[in-house]
Design a protein. Structure first.
Length: 136
């Protein structure tokens, strides 16, 4: 069994320059490095008035809101999720997650594969790449 406590996972800052709203923190959840064989996850936080910007993942993603309120945008579809809410994003569907509340949004991104490549429309700092492996 793999057990993680999302409250103690170290999160790293990410942002897109020239867009003050594209700011978030993320950290690893479960992955092959801790025993997973066919799935993975990331833990993310988004401050009020900020968002995880538009991107695609090469695996189906399930977003589970732990705290706060999210607006999940997939294509032209917008859905608001409270704490405990869940949304499934199809593989390779362009999407973003906005903080829809006044407190920090915290959510888990669960992936239907163990290694996932995320591609953003614009470069992400601090590394300057638009492509990231979300699970290691």
């Amino acid at each position: 069994m793999i057990v993680l406590d999302p409250s103690i996972i170290e999160l790293s800052q990410s942002w897109q320059e020239e867009d003050e709203s594209a700011r978030w923190r993320s950290g690893p959840g479960h992955s092959p490095s801790n025993g997973a064989q066919s799935s993975g996850s990331s833990i993310l936080e988004v401050d009020p008035d900020c968002r995880l910007p538009r991107h695609t993942d090469d695996a189906e993603e399930t977003i589970v809101v732990l705290a706060g309120s999210a607006e999940v945008i997939v294509g032209d579809e917008h859905r608001r999720l409270p704490a405990g809410g869940l949304a499934v994003v199809p593989k390779l569907a362009a999407h973003e997650v906005r903080n829809a509340g006044t407190t920090v949004l915290r959510f888990i991104a669960l992936y239907a594969e163990s290694d996932v490549v995320t591609r953003y429309e614009r470069m992400v700092q601090p590394d300057g790449s638009s492509e990231r492996h979300t699970i290691s």
